[in-house]
Design a protein. Structure first.
Length: 313
């Protein structure tokens, strides 16, 4: 559905997207993850046919984004980060107006507007002014707009930004329900979002692609990051003792609170050292007030990959 080869985009001599390549298969939900300014919106705007690439080969639904941008626009439902909704229009009126711009007429228009309002659960607010709707409802109106012309591909720029937890869950459920009819590329800062609904994750930083894989594979790759937190009150060189345990690669003293010292243990993949730590504490008469293990998250993967990326001037 999407094929990106060696895409580069410059703004006035500054590189925003730096030689990235990736493919998205039909029916996939792909999460685009990266900090502010990483190049997500730029890449998405190139994919929608609105922004020409500086170089590279980008095809959407089989069409070249530069030479066949009209066909690309027909193939894509795009929801920009700040969807430009007309606040003085009523919901249904707005969708009909947008439908007309997208070439819908007559019965086809009536059916589609009804369908997308149902799909996005906005039928009950169809006669309300957009300006009076909550952010969650407005977001769903913007999504209904993106869906109007039944595009096979949806490109959504931070679809859950600014929403409360209930609204976030509703949007996520809605997006999951659109699969497999629609392929979805969505950008987000929220790692949990990606873990929950995305088949694959694109990680981007300083315009470069850091990784592209399933959330499970990404975290598996960096299993070495498994951490154990231990808070101890005891005598002797506690850090050295903990570091002598099999499978413990590194011990970092994290904080002190009176007699208590909190350590972070970096542990080899697949090993649970909690029992041996407990045994050592008993043998050495240490007091323990915390002992817990934290498996690596996508956030750890991102932080580690970003740290290994040379920073550009
Ligand atoms: N129209 C523009 N003119 C000049 N520079 C731009 C323009 N749009 C974006 N940039 C720059 O390009 C880089 C990538 O920006 P982009 O908006 O694509 O990042 P992003 O990952 O979407 O960030 P955010 O999450 O903040 O939206 C940034 O350094 C940004 O300042």
């Amino acid at each position: 559905m999407i094929s990106v080869q060696d895409l580069t985009k410059h703004y006035a001599g500054r590189i925003a997207v730096d030689h990235i390549s990736f493919d998205v298969e039909p029916g996939e939900i792909v999460g685009f993850l990266g900090p502010n300014g990483a190049g997500k919106s730029t890449t998405m705007r190139v994919l929608t046919g609105f922004l020409p690439p500086s170089s590279g080969n980008v095809r959407v639904n089989g069409f070249d984004v530069f030479r066949e941008s009209l066909d690309v626009k027909r193939s894509v439902g795009y929801m920009p980060e700040m969807a430009p909704l007309y606040t003085e229009m009523k919901v249904k009126e707005y969708l009909r107006f947008r439908g007309e711009l997208k070439g819908l007429r007559g019965r086809n228009m009536r059916t589609r507007v009804g369908e997308v309002m149902d799909l996005c659960s906005i039928t009950d607010v169809r006669r309300r002014l957009i300006g009076n709707l909550s952010k969650g409802y407005r977001q769903r109106v913007a999504l209904a707009d993106a869906l109007l012309h039944e595009p096979p591909l949806l490109i959504l720029d931070e679809p859950t930004s600014g929403l409360d937890p209930v609204q976030i869950r509703q949007v996520r459920e809605l997006l999951s329900s659109l699969r497999p009819k629609h392929t979805i590329l969505l950008s987000t800062h929220i790692l949990q979002e990606v873990e929950q609904i995305c088949d694959r994750v694109l990680m981007i930083h300083h315009g470069r692609l850091l990784a592209y894989d399933t959330p499970a594979n990404l975290t598996k790759k960096l299993r070495a990051l498994t951490q154990v937190f231990v808070e101890v009150d005891g005598k002797g060189d506690i850090a050295a003792a903990l570091e002598s345990l099999p499978a413990v690669r590194k011990v970092i003293e994290e904080s002190k609170d009176g007699v208590w010292t909190r350590y972070v243990l970096r542990v080899e993949p697949g090993v649970d050292v909690r029992e041996t730590v407990m045994k050592m504490a008993a043998d050495k008469s240490w007091k323990l007030r915390e002992l817990h293990r934290q498996l690596p998250s996508l956030e750890d993967v991102f932080v580690e990959l970003a740290a290994s990326e040379p920073v550009k001037s």
